[in-house]
Structures are given as structure tokens and as C-alpha cells.
Design a protein around this ligand. Structure first.
Ligand SMILES: [Zn+2]
Length: 297
């Protein structure tokens, strides 16, 4: 199934289910070597584990799996004292693992998204680099994503509209469809303080085919979905955190149960979300519950 088929399903009122976490899932499965917090480093050491995680999300019912390219931009690599010049190699490897998992799954119609993550490690909107800096890093990754064959691009975990817009522009220039996903703040706005109406206007006019919220606690997503869910310029959705961060190194408290998480996702759908999935601390079991328990009214 191609990207536009999935968007047509959404237009007909069907739900699109995304996958869940990769980084926290590597840790849960014992793949954390302690050398780095970047999921991409664990991919180098155990590519089979990444392929297995993708396969488990497909078997759980995900319509979309996201390649492990989140950390593979030049700035994020350098920030973790890694070689910025490995951005292209790592992006290609991550996309190839996801496509391999999809093609070996025997499940028809699963899309592979290429993730564009933040350049700065912090979620502080004040730390987001200028638009042109983000655009330059994202162009480098998107070029590889085109060659390696992703179905579309997911510019995600953006604390500012400008970094998401840079991802949207980089993908659009390269001819790839793109969704944009922002962090929500605690008060029903984007983390930057902008309204969801403003953010959707900015991102859709730059070429985004959907606007989402991710890496945010479910209650805060619900608060924001009150406004995001009313926007009608593009499909909207959310994939939230399945637990609270605990201490350093992106560790999490024990996860909320798949059933509890699915109840939050049902609230988002009731408010207008048509694309749902999981972010940090969610597992294939959470995705299975989204597929089986969340329904359109
Ligand atoms: Zn997350």
C-alpha cells in the first residue's frame, strides 16, 4: 500500500496505527550497553534487535513502522561525541533494517517512515537551532531516505515549529510526503507556547500531510487535542509516552498498562485524532491494544 492509500483510509474515517518506542524498547530487551543514550548506537552493535522490534510492531498491527533514524542527524551525533560524518551511513542502515523487517514480515501494506529527530538533545524550545541549521542536517538525511526507499518522512519531537518546518521543507523538496509531530506543553499549547491553530497553519502550508503530538504525557496530549482535534486542514494524531521519565539517561518508571494507555488514545480519537501510536516506554503490547481496543464513534 502506498502513502496516499493510507491517507485515503484516514479520509474515509479509518484509524491509522503507528508503532511504539524503539529506544526504550532496546533497553527493556537488554540491549543497552551503557555507552550512549542514542538508539542508533545500539543499532550498530545489534542490528538484529532493531529488526526484531520492527517485526514485533508489525505483528502487533502497526500500519506504519518508523526507521531508527531519529538520532542520525549530524548535530545529534556530534553532541554525543560521535562522528557527524557517519550521519548518512547510519541513516541508510536504519532505513534498510526497517524495510527488511517490513519485507520479511509477510504483512501487506505496512509503510516505513524515516524519522527526523531533534538536533539538540534537550526538549527546551529555547535550545532548538535556527531553521537553516535544522534544514541542512535534515536535507542530508532525507537524501539518503529517498535513495533507501522510505515511504514518507516523520519530522518528530519538535519543541519548536521551526524545526518541524525544516523537516517538512527538506522532505517536500526531495519529493517525499511528510508528517510533522510536535511536543505539547502542559497547558494545551505547543511546547513553544504557540496555539495548535498557528502550528497547523505553518506546517500544512509548508507541505505537512498530517500534524501530530508526540513524546508528551497522555493527559497533556488530551488537553492539547481539544484544540488540535478541531483543526481540519489535515489529519491529526498523537503518540505519547507510556510512563514518566525517571532520573538520568532517559530511563522510565514502570510503564502504564496497555489498557490504560489505550483509554487515553480513545480520548484523543474522540477529540478528532485519526493517527495514533506510542512513543517512549510503549511496547508492541501497547500497539496491539490500540489496534484492538480503540474505535471510532
Ligand atoms: Zn518519546
Amino acid at each position: 500500500m502506498a502513502f496516499h492509500d493510507v491517507m485515503e483510509r484516514s479520509a474515509r474515517g479509518e484509524l491509522i496505527i503507528l508503532d511504539g518506542a524503539i529506544g526504550t524498547e532496546i533497553r527493556r530487551r537488554g540491549g543497552d550497553t551503557g555507552r550512549s543514550d542514542l538508539a542508533v548506537i545500539h543499532m550498530l552493535e545489534s542490528p538484529g534487535l532493531i529488526r526484531e522490534i520492527h517485526a514485533d510492531y508489525i505483528n502487533a498491527g502497526a500500519d506504519v513502522i518508523t526507521a531508527n533514524t531519529y538520532d542520525c542527524n549530524r548535530h545529534a551525533l556530534i553532541l554525543d561525541r560521535l562522528d557527524g560524518d557517519s550521519a548518512q551511513y547510519l541513516t541508510r542502515m536504519a532505513v534498510e533494517l526497517a524495510i527488511d523487517a517490513r519485507n520479511s514480515s509477510g504483512v501487506e501494506g505496512v509503510l516505513v517512515a524515516g524519522s527526523l529527530g531533534p538536533l539538540a538533545s534537550d526538549y527546551d524550545p529555547n535550545d532548538v537551532p535556527p531553521f537553516e541549521t535544522c534544514l541542512s542536517d535534515y536535507r542530508e538525511q532525507v537524501q539518503v531516505m529517498v535513495e533507501a526507499g522510505v515511504d514518507f518522512v516523520l519530522a518528530e519531537t519538535a519543541a519548536q515549529e521551526r524545526s518541524a518546518r525544516a523537516g517538512v521543507v527538506a522532505a517536500s523538496e526531495a519529493g517525499l510526503p511528510v508528517w510533522a509531530s510536535l511536543l505539547a506543553g502542559p497547558d494545551g499549547t505547543v511546547a513553544s507556547g504557540a496555539s495548535w491553530g498557528e502550528a497547523v497553519e505553518t506546517l500544512v502550508s509548508a507541505g505537512a500531510a498530517a500534524v501530530l503530538i508526540n513524546c508528551t504525557m497522555p493527559d497533556a496530549i488530551t488537553l492539547s487535542m481539544n484544540e488540535l482535534g478541531r483543526q481540519n486542514q489535515a489529519p491529526v494524531g498523537a503518540y505519547g509516552q507510556g510512563a514518566l521519565p525517571a532520573g538520568h539517561g532517559w530511563r522510565f518508571e514502570p510503564s502504564m498498562t496497555p489498557d490504560e494507555y489505550a483509554k487515553h488514545a480513545q480520548d484523543w480519537v474522540d477529540l478528532g485524532a485519526r493517527i495514533i501510536g506510542g512513543c517512549c516506554a510503549t511496547t508492541p503490547e501497547h500497539i496491539r491494544y490500540l489496534r484492538s481496543e480503540v474505535t471510532l464513534a
